[in-house]
Design a protein around this ligand. Structure first.
Ligand code: CAA
Length: 397
C-alpha cells in the first residue's frame, strides 16, 4: 500500500492550486454577488489541460490517472465550487462515461474535442418530477428509422447555457411504465433544443445552472451510448464518476475553511489572547481537520479503484456522502469561528457555507446515500461486476 502522491500528482496539485489563485479567485466575490459567470474561465481551463486531465493521450487528454482528477477537483474547489462543477460535468459525468460506454468510433468522434475543450459537455438525468427517483424520468426517445425523436425536459443542469453537447437519459416509449432507457449524446445546435438559466440559487452563484428542453429533436442512432435498454446503467455509471468529483471537491472546501479559520483564529484577539487558544475554537478546528483527512483517504481510495478497473459504486457513494456532510459541517463551523464576520461576504466562509449546502443534495442526496450504505451493510444491495467498465489506468486501448 502506498499513500504517497507521485510527482505527477504533485504537479497537478500545484498547477490546480495556482489556477484557483490566479484565474478563479480574482473578481470572484463580485461575480458571486452578481450571479455572473466568468466568460473566460472555460477557455482557460481548456488551455491548462484540465478538461482532459484523466483522458487517455490517444484521445488528446493529459493521460493522467483518476487520482489526478480528484486532486484537481480538490484544489479547484478550494478556490470556488464553480470550476469543480465544470470538471464534474464535463470530465466526470460526460467524458468518462463516453470513454466507458462509447464505441471506438464514438470515442474518436467526441473525446479529442472534449479533452481539448474545443467543445464543452453537460449531463441531463434529473427532471422536474424525477430527482432521487431517477427511474421515473419521462423524457422520451421514439424510434423513427435511423433517428430517435426526443421530447422532454431536464432540470438543474450545470452549464445548460454553455455546453455544446449533453449526455441525456431517456425512455423508449411514452406510456409504458416498464419502457427501457436509452442514453444519447445530443448537440445543442439540433433543431428543437432550447435552454434557460435557473435564477436565485443559494450557492454556486458564479456558475451557470439551468433547464434544457427538447421538442421533437431528431437525433441519429449513432449518437446512442450503449444499446437500447442500457440507458439507466449509463446514468448510474456516470454518477460513479460525477460523485467522485463531488467527493474530492468537498475536501477542497474543508481545506479552504481551514485556510480561512487558521488565519482568523491566529489574528483575532479575545481579551489577552487570540481565539485560536480557546478550547472550543480548537475543538471546531480539530473536527474540520479530521473531516479533511478522512475525506482525502476516502476519495483517493475510489481513485485507486478506478485506476485498477474495480467496481466502486459503494465506496464512491460512501465518499460522496461522508465528504459532503463534512464540508457543510466545516463551513458551518467556519462561520461560527468568524462570528458576525462569517455572516457577510467580506470573508469567504459564507460562500463556502452556501456552496457546500448544494453538494449535500446533488449527485444523490444525503438520504439516498444513507439508504444505499445501509442496504449494502444489511445485504439488500450488492455490486455485481459490470459488463461495461471504465478503462483502468494506464490506458491500454
Ligand atoms: N454502474 C452500472 N450499472 C449500474 C450501476 C453503476 N454504478 N448502479 C446500478 N447499475 C445497474 C444495476 O446493476 C441494475 O441492473 P440489473 O437490473 O441488470 O442488475 C440497474 O442499474 C438498476 O440498479 P439498481 O437496482 O441499483 O437501481 P435502483 O432503482 O435500486 O437505484 C438509486 C436506486 C441508487 C437510489 C438510484 O435511483 C439513484 O442513485 N438515485 C439518485 C439519482 C441521482 O443521484 N441523481 C442526481 C442526478 S445528477 C445531478 O445531481 C446533477 C445535478 O442535478 C446538478
Amino acid at each position: 500500500m502506498d499513500f504517497a502522491l507521485t510527482q505527477e500528482h504533485q504537479l497537478i496539485q500545484e498547477s490546480a492550486y495556482k489556477f484557483g489563485q490566479q484565474v478563479i479567485l480574482p473578481g470572484l466575490a463580485e461575480r458571486d454577488r452578481a450571479h455572473e459567470s466568468d466568460p473566460t474561465m472555460l477557455k482557460q481551463m481548456a488551455e491548462s489541460g484540465f478538461l482532459g486531465v484523466c483522458m487517455p493521450e490517444k484521445f488528446g487528454g493529459m493521460g493522467a490517472d483518476y487520482i489526478s482528477l480528484g486532486i484537481a477537483c480538490e484544489e479547484m474547489e478550494r478556490a470556488d465550487s464553480t470550476a469543480r462543477v465544470v470538471l464534474s460535468v464535463h470530465v466526470g459525468l460526460h467524458s468518462m462515461t463516453l470513454l466507458q460506454w462509447g464505441t471506438d468510433e464514438q470515442r474518436q468522434r467526441w473525446l479529442p474535442e472534449l479533452a481539448s475543450g474545443r467543445r464543452i459537455a453537460g449531463f441531463g438525468l434529473t427532471e422536474p418530477n424525477a430527482g432521487s427517483d431517477a427511474i421515473n424520468i419521462k423524457t422520451t426517445a421514439i424510434k423513427d428509422g435511423d433517428y430517435y425523436i426526443i421530447n422532454g425536459a431536464k432540470t438543474w443542469i450545470s452549464l445548460a447555457d454553455f455546453a455544446d453537447q449533453f449526455l441525456v437519459i431517456t425512455r423508449l416509449a411514452q406510456t409504458d411504465a416498464k419502457a427501457p432507457y436509452a442514453a444519447f449524446i445530443v448537440d445543442r445546435t439540433t433543431p428543437g433544443f432550447s435552454s434557460r438559466p435557473i435564477k436565485g440559487k443559494l450557492g454556486v452563484r458564479a456558475g451557470n445552472t439551468g433547464e434544457i428542453m427538447f421538442a421533437d429533436m431528431r437525433v441519429h442512432k449513432d449518437c446512442m451510448l450503449g444499446q437500447e435498454g442500457d440507458g439507466f446503467k449509463v446514468a448510474m455509471s456516470a454518477l460513479d464518476h460525477g460523485r467522485y468529483t463531488v467527493a474530492s471537491g468537498a475536501v477542497g472546501i474543508i481545506t479552504a475553511c481551514l485556510d480561512a479559520c487558521n488565519k482568523y483564529a491566529n489574528e483575532r484577539m479575545a481579551g489577552s489572547e487570540v481565539i485560536g487558544k480557546k478550547q472550543l475554537v480548537q475543538q471546531m478546528i480539530a473536527s474540520m481537520a479530521q473531516g479533511r483527512d478522512i475525506g482525502r483517504l476516502l476519495y483517493q481510495k475510489v481513485g485507486w479503484m478506478k485506476n485498477n478497473e474495480m467496481r466502486h459504486t459503494r465506496e464512491c457513494s460512501l465518499a460522496k456522502w461522508t465528504n459532503c456532510a463534512a464540508a457543510f459541517d466545516a463551513a458551518n463551523k467556519a462561520v461560527e469561528i468568524h462570528g458576525a464576520y462569517g455572516y457577510c461576504d467580506e470573508f469567504p466562509v459564507e460562500r463556502y457555507f452556501r456552496n457546500s449546502r448544494g453538494a449535500v443534495i446533488y449527485e444523490g442526496t444525503h438520504e439516498i446515500h444513507t439508504i444505499m450504505q445501509a442496504e449494502y451493510e444489511l445485504g439488500y444491495r450488492q455490486d455485481k461486476p459490470l459488463a461495461v467498465t471504465l478503462p483502468g489506468w494506464p490506458y491500454k486501448g
